[in-house]
Design a protein around this ligand. Sequence first.
Ligand code: G
Ligand code: G
Ligand code: MN
Ligand code: NA
Length: 251
Amino acid sequence: FSLKNELYEAITKRQFYLVYQPKWSWEGVVTGFEALIRWQHPTRGMVPPDEFIPLAEETGLINLLGDWVLKEACRQIREWNIAGIRDVTVAVNMSAVQFAKETILTDICAAVEEHHILYSSLIIEITEGMAMQNPDWTVSMINALQKRGIRVHLDDFGTGFSSLNYLSRFPVDAIKIDRSFVQNIGVDKRDTSIVNALLSIVSSLQLNVVAEGVETKEQAEYLIRHGCREMQGFYYSKPLPPKEAIAFCEK
Ligand code: G
Ligand code: G
Ligand code: MN
Ligand code: NA
């Protein structure tokens, strides 16, 4: 059996679940969560998304899987809302195939409406690489999502070779600086310079920025000192099951 063949069955047998990684403000408050998919395989154990998302894209199953992720994230937001946590936000990662789909806007809106949550509780993460595949489509999708109150974040920023020209053309709500740069803060002089340059460009374009992959106190302090206001990474918290994640909001 190949993983590819097992994917469909895994969807129908509910072997997937979402974990939620908090994002933190520089003042130490949780600002929201990123939903991350996990596959609990009956015999292989935990299969990481880096292994099965590409397979799901090849087979086209990503549409089914991506739709499940959207709906599950919205269902979780609704559950938290009912528990009294009303201002929670969840960021959902899109795959390239999913984002390029003609019906993606109506799919996203349907997930929100089906679960009676606010459009503003959902954030869509697209990668720089995806955004560059069809810049015109990307711009029109960003505009359409924002018109409804859904925010869009540009993930893995710095890895996708987009020119700065495009950064100003994609009207995203925030960019997420890729962890490869963050992890070299204070280690590699060039990457540290890139982080500084990114933070300065981003602030002059009046974009919000999230630094991802923050693993040490030194990295966090450096980022805050250089104007970064939102962070995510193992230093703060790993991705958590819903009950543990939401405990941060109730404190
Ligand atoms: O959670 P982890 O660090 O293992 O994620 C590895 C990669 O898988 C990351 O690039 C992440 O964006 C991606 N990923 C995690 N969850 C999802 C998801 O629900 N949908 C898509 N398309 N990608 C995801
Ligand atoms: O590409 P994306 O940003 O969506 O990737 C998210 C992935 O990064 C998740 O799988 C998550 O497990 C992982 N991740 C989150 N925080 C850290 C961190 O501090 N260090 C490392 N190495 N990975 C992290
Ligand atoms: Mn992401
Ligand atoms: Na990333």
